[in-house]
Write a protein that binds this ligand. Structure first.
Ligand SMILES: *[C@@H]1O[C@H](CO)[C@@H](O)[C@H](O)[C@H]1NC(C)=O
Ligand SMILES: *[C@@H]1O[C@H](CO)[C@@H](O)[C@H](O)[C@H]1NC(C)=O
Ligand SMILES: *[C@@H]1O[C@H](CO)[C@@H](O)[C@H](O)[C@H]1NC(C)=O
Ligand SMILES: *[C@@H]1O[C@H](CO)[C@@H](O)[C@H](O)[C@H]1NC(C)=O
Ligand SMILES: *[C@@H]1O[C@H](CO)[C@@H](O)[C@H](O)[C@H]1NC(C)=O
Ligand SMILES: *[C@@H]1O[C@H](CO)[C@@H](O)[C@H](O)[C@H]1NC(C)=O
Ligand SMILES: *[C@@H]1O[C@H](CO)[C@@H](O)[C@H](O)[C@H]1NC(C)=O
Ligand SMILES: *[C@@H]1O[C@H](CO)[C@@H](O)[C@H](O)[C@H]1NC(C)=O
Ligand SMILES: *[C@@H]1O[C@H](CO)[C@@H](O)[C@H](O)[C@H]1NC(C)=O
Ligand SMILES: *[C@@H]1O[C@H](CO)[C@@H](O)[C@H](O)[C@H]1NC(C)=O
Ligand SMILES: *[C@@H]1O[C@H](CO)[C@@H](O)[C@H](O)[C@H]1NC(C)=O
Ligand SMILES: *[C@@H]1O[C@H](CO)[C@@H](O)[C@H](O)[C@H]1NC(C)=O
Length: 814
């Protein structure tokens, strides 16, 4: 336990051998369990029949790296965490998770003899052979993750017999044959990803009978036929990706009914006809890619009803008529490609209003008029080329009207036109634009009974553990006891719904099941609870904070506060992406994972050869000041516990303040406890020993201490000569104005940055003034920092709206 008690030196914990599923960790009582042990022991040995199946599975795998070496004993270890990747409940295997293990060979058909199996994860290996048809026998199967392998043959139709199936991801294999219509029988399916295979035949119309389908990804196959109109019955669908197939026919008008659709990718098919008028009803649409088809007709003028659109790609079709000026109303648009069509008419000047646009192309159409100078400056001439009568987008295409005396209708230079005509012929018609981005998804999934069941069984298992049933003897007894203990919760799980996962906007797609089955490593503990780095099935990483039990507010209040915090977005604040409340009230908060850890670890737990230069330190200080300023002025939130361990760093060492607003989720007593702890660490303003509540001035004090920490390289938690950090710095400054306070590696540059160092030091001392009223507000601190180092002020991270748009960028690794 002591090994995890340090709250601000969390970096070393990255390397602990603790890699457990969150589900398991979650089912242990936070304070009494031994998190360091890698045991998943619920006190029950694996059943004989499951043992035999596991052995058979091992036999057919080719284990190049010896990752299955642990599957060696007579089965005693299989369910106690001894066998890599195996999870059990009551002696029966519920999950086999062996992604990224370099495994070859094939998946044994004996896998169908693990009756309780819920999750199979072998993605990112080099498995060959076929998908075992016996999967269809598994009544409890929920997740099948076999993507990024070399599986061949067709998809066994039997898989549709798994009534509980929620996620089927077979993408990026060598599968052929049709999509089995039987999949329609999996009425709980929410993610079907069969992309990047060689599937043939048409899209089964019956798929629409999977009412819970949220993601339908069939891109990069060899599918033909037309788009079934029945897809319009997918009332929850957020993504339909059918790009890069041989789909033909028209887009069914019925699709306009998909009111939850966010991403529609039909690119590079042979789809003809027009954009159905019903599309103006797709108001949730974020991403529309129709590139490389045979579509004609006009863009509906009412396209701006899809007001959240960020990507609109109509490249390489036969669209005609004008570009509707209403596109300029879709302020969220970042990518607009209308090239290689037959659009005509005046270039709409209104497009220059699209301030978030970072990719734009109208080349090779039949547009006329002049390009607004704003757009001409932002995009190079290849975005506009190939429009005979368009001018003003490059120095070689001056607009007649911009010359002093010329007629408004005079034609543009012939020679340019000729050159562009040539280009047009050369341009590749079927340029593949592969956009593998995942659309932001705020999903609330119907993952009910499963979780409840998992949680119940898991926690009863942990009770066994805590009841010290660890000896390997007495197994028979243990088994009985376990079923007796779990008997009661099982009954409960029947009527009680499982946990609740609430997403806020963010780049990751996951379900509660995904979250609980993620691999977790402890990053550190704090007064609020334990923080984990969790790796989701798809390889994405998130930071999960498990709040200490009995310290949080009641569920209703908690949810209201969490919803408020989940709305806060700023480039220097760690965004709350989701929260999860377990069936017994356990609470998890999900944040972006910050690869470089905390500022505290960055400063104090680095190797001697790692140098942190002055610009980096200043950038961090400014980032913290910006984030804190946003909290104080825009959100009216006092942080209350600003420390260098609560400042996280991203890949570019930009600061993200964590833990803001968390005190609002806690009971008053727990929040007070945190303030007390902050005192022991040297960040607490002196007046807080008398007062209970923090203020903007106590936050500024903490900021001052962090700036001193950046300047001196000293940890405020370690007193020097019996003085805390502010006192120590003040004492040196008082005696003689020397360089001694500064961290050696920056003071050696003092000839060039000396003034900056001194000015920042003065500012920091101002912040830690014992008298609250003498301290500046954070807005002034920020302003002064920016005056001291204006070149960094100019390079400030994106404004909030831009940062929001950035979240729609691709996040899934392929
Ligand atoms: C099985 O493998 C584990 C881990 O590799 C090892 O510690 C153990 O001694 C092995 N047991 C047998 C019976 O080989
Ligand atoms: C779906 O299941 C029912 C019975 O459960 C079966 O009769 C039917 O054939 C199945 N449908 C498909 C398309 O396999
Ligand atoms: C797609 O299917 C057609 C026949 O249906 C076949 O001729 C063609 O080679 C296939 N293409 C690929 C890339 O598999
Ligand atoms: C659209 O494509 C389908 C199938 O390829 C074809 O039958 C139909 O005639 C085409 N329609 C138009 C308007 O080109
Ligand atoms: C859009 O939806 C409304 C109501 O849902 C419906 O009445 C209308 O016909 C739809 N518009 C089109 C063009 O389909
Ligand atoms: C558009 O996006 C905003 C925030 O990103 C969201 O609140 C809103 O619900 C979205 N609108 C639609 C129609 O999906
Ligand atoms: C949309 O754009 C048109 C033309 O640019 C403009 O007249 C109209 O007022 C805009 N509507 C909104 C809601 O911004
Ligand atoms: C382009 O559109 C015009 C009408 O705006 C039409 O006359 C012409 O035939 C179209 N050209 C092509 C190649 O489709
Ligand atoms: C371009 O548009 C004009 C009308 O604006 C039309 O007369 C002409 O035929 C079009 N050119 C092509 C190549 O489609
Ligand atoms: C615009 O599109 C054309 C053809 O579609 C392409 O050649 C050109 O490189 C594109 N320009 C930009 C800036 O994307
Ligand atoms: C058109 O192309 C020719 C030869 O490729 C070149 O000499 C000429 O400068 C080009 N004209 C313009 C205006 O780009
Ligand atoms: C589907 O799989 C592909 C390839 O593995 C991946 O890039 C894509 O993000 C996946 N989409 C969904 C919705 O799972």
């Amino acid at each position: 336990m002591e090994r995890y008690s340090s709250i601000h030196r969390n970096a070393p914990f990255y390397h602990l051998h603790t890699k457990l599923s969150l589900f398991f960790l979650f089912s242990l009582s936070a304070l009494t369990s031994h998190l360091a042990s890698s045991q998943k022991w619920d006190g029950v040995a694996v059943t004989k029949s499951d043992y035999r199946s596991l052995r058979a599975i091992k036999n057919e795998l080719v284990d190049f790296r010896g990752v299955l070496r642990s599957w060696n004993d007579s089965g005693l270890g299989a369910c106690s965490g001894g066998w890599a990747g195996v999870k059990c409940v009551k002696g029966q295997v519920i999950a086999i998770q062996l992604p990224w293990r370099g495994l070859g060979g094939r998946i044994s058909d004996k896998i169908g003899q693990l009756p309780e199996l819920r999750r199979i994860s072998f993605h990112d290996n080099i498995l060959g052979g076929e998908i075992p048809p016996s999967l269809g026998f598994l009544r409890n199967l929920r997740g099948v993750y076999l993507f990024n392998n070399q599986l061949r043959g067709s998809i066994p139709p039997s898989i549709g017999n798994s009534p509980a199936l929620q996620a089927l991801d077979l993408s990026n294999n060598l599968l052929s044959g049709p999509i089995p219509p039987s999949l329609a029988n999996s009425t709980r399916l929410y993610r079907l990803n069969l992309s990047y295979n060689s599937l043939t035949g048409s899209i089964p119309a019956g798929l629409s009978r999977s009412p819970s389908l949220v993601f339908l990804a069939l891109q990069h196959n060899n599918l033909s036929g037309s788009i079934p109109a029945s897809l319009s019955q997918l009332g929850l669908v957020q993504e339909i990706s059918l790009g890069q197939n041989r789909i033909s026919g028209a887009i069914p008008n019925e699709l306009g009914a998909l009111s939850t659709l966010q991403k529609l990718d039909l690119s590079n098919n042979a789809i003809n006809g027009t954009i159905p008028s019903s599309f103006t009803n797709l108001s949730s649409l974020v991403w529309l890619n129709l590139e490389g088809n045979l579509l004609d007709g006009q863009i509906p003028e009412t396209i701006d009803r899809s007001h959240n659109l960020t990507v609109l790609n109509l490249k390489n079709n036969k669209f005609q008529g004008p570009i509707p000026p209403t596109i300029a109303n879709i302020s969220s648009i970042t990518e607009l490609d209308l090239s290689q069509n037959n659009f005509s008419g005046e270039f709409p000047a209104s497009l220059s209003r699209l301030s978030n646009l970072n990719s734009f192309n109208v080349s090779h159409n039949n547009l006329s008029g002049s390009v607004p100078s704003l757009l001409a400056k932002k995009f190079n001439s290849s975005s506009f080329a190939g429009n005979l009568q368009l001018c003003g987008y490059s120095s070689s295409t001056p607009c007649p009207s911009s010359a002093p005396i010329s007629l408004p209708s005079s034609p543009s230079p012939e020679s340019v036109a000729e050159n562009h005509t040539r280009h047009r012929k050369l341009s590749t018609r079927n340029l593949a634009l592969i956009i593998g981005a995942s659309v932001v998804a705020s999903l609330l999934l119907l993952c009910c009974c499963l979780l409840c069941c998992l949680m119940r069984k898991g926690s009863s298992g942990s009770k066994q553990k805590n009841g010290k049933v660890t000896a390997r003897g007495a197994l028979g007894k243990t088994e009985k006891k376990a079923s007796a203990v779990s008997g009661q919760p099982d009954v409960e799980s029947g009527r009680e719904m499982g946990g609740k996962l609430v997403h806020f906007d963010g780049p990751f797609i996951f379900t509660a099941d995904d979250l609980l089955c993620a691999t977790a490593e402890i990053m550190g503990k704090s007064t609020y609870g334990t923080a984990y780095k969790a790796t989701l099935e798809d390889g994405n990483q998130v930071a999960v904070k498990r709040l200490r039990e009995k310290t949080t507010k009641a569920q209703r209040e908690f949810e209201i506060e969490a919803a408020a915090i989940g709305k806060i977005r700023h480039p220097n604040l760690a965004a709350l992406r989701a929260y999860y409340i377990g069936p017994k009230g356990e609470k998890l908060l999900v944040f972006d994972y910050m690869p470089r850890g905390s500022l505290s670890a960055f400063l104090h737990a680095r190797g001697p050869e790692t140098i942190i230069d002055w610009a980096t330190r200043m950038n961090i200080a400014m980032g913290i000041a910006r984030g804190l300023n946003h909290l104080h002025t825009n959100e009216n939130i006092i942080h209350g516990n600003l420390t260098s361990s609560n400042v996280l760093l991203d890949e570019q060492t930009n600061a993200h303040i964590a833990d803001f607003g968390i005190s609002r989720l806690m009971t008053a007593a727990a929040a007070a406890n945190v303030i007390a702890t902050a005192g022991t660490l040297g960040y607490r303003a002196p007046e807080l020993s008398k007062m209970k509540n923090g203020s903007t001035k106590t936050d500024v004090f903490s900021l001052g201490v962090i700036i001193l920490e950046l300047l001196t390289g000293k940890s405020p938690g370690e007193p020097t000569n019996g003085m805390d950090l502010p006192q120590w710095v003040a004492s040196i400054v008082k005696e003689e104005w020397t360089n001694e306070v500064f961290d050696l590696e920056i003071s050696k540059d003092s000839t060039t940055i000396g003034d900056e160092l001194l000015n920042v030091l003065k500012l920091a001392l101002h912040c830690v003034d014992p008298t609250p009223s003498a301290r500046p507000e954070v807005e002034q601190v920020l302003q002064q920092l920016e005056e001291i180092k204006p070149e960094l002020a100019a390079a400030a991270p994106l404004a909030e709206s831009d940062a929001g748009a950035e979240e729609h960028l691709p996040t899934t690794a392929n």
